[in-house]
Design a protein around this ligand. Sequence first.
Ligand SMILES: [Cu+2]
Length: 174
Amino acid sequence: MARCHSLVAVSILLVALVPATSMAKEFIVGDDAGWTIGFNYQAWAQGKEFRVGDTLVFKYPEGAHNVYKVNGSDFQACTPPSDSIPLTSGNDHILLATAGRKWYLCGVGEHCEIGGQKLVITVQPQLQSEAPSLAPSPWSQSMNAYYSNSVEKMSSIPAMAVASLAATLVTLTF
Ligand SMILES: [Cu+2]
């Protein structure tokens, strides 16, 4: 019976803690200025830490601008590729799914060339495990290993926290 209870408790812990500790952020490009001309997006991006799982939101009056995701050379030249379709909703969410350099520009008129409406960012990989605050017992280390494998890339800090908590709890209830 104890085993049953502790398994239920561990499951509840997992469900309760993992989503709450997810660290994904949402960046409103340009903050209050939004996506527009005459704004320094390089200055805006400077010092910000973009990570896989975060979201960029381009906000602008629908029809006034658009958003193309481009490569580095198109970015330099301010030319959106003719075969790609821009985002045009005025509230465009882009999930940063992979690490690396990402380039965006507005394809309306000369907003990119003259208006400087272009953004380049570097997306970092998701945060990997940092040292857990509790000294791990051999058992909780194996729990950590288990959880990082099974929960896979779900941010490993919460996974480790959950594993430590779960380990403590199981030890107590057994
Ligand atoms: Cu524009």
